[in-house]
Design a protein around this ligand. Structure first.
Ligand SMILES: [Zn+2]
Length: 96
């Protein structure tokens, strides 16, 4: 099935931050079906996290799960929020 022209156009116009997110999502999906990308940049780990909002009166805590990508950059641990659980495929959800 060919990729919709609108989708391709949207990708061309995306901000760098959105492209990075799309890239991680794409990579996570491909890795979940067995593809490996040994040469693609830092070692990105996908983790699900339940998040507490900190509001004393909140009845719904913890919220989520939300999905984060973690990687090392210049010796520092970096992370990026990728989206709600349903945005990404099932991955290991070990605590960190
Ligand atoms: Zn809450």
């Amino acid at each position: 099935m060919p990729i919709d022209r609108d989708v391709l156009e949207a990708v061309r116009e995306m901000e760098e931050s959105d492209l990075r997110r799309l890239f991680m999502l794409t990579r996570a999906r491909l890795e979940s079906v067995g593809h490996e990308f040994p040469d693609l940049g830092p070692d990105v780990k996908i983790r699900k996290k339940m998040v507490r909002c900190g509001k004393v009166s909140c009845q719904a805590c913890p919220h989520g799960p939300y999905v984060y990508a973690y990687w090392s950059e210049d010796g520092r641990q970096r992370s990026k929020y990728l989206g709600r659980d349903h945005d990404v495929p099932e991955m290991d959800d070990e605590e960190r």
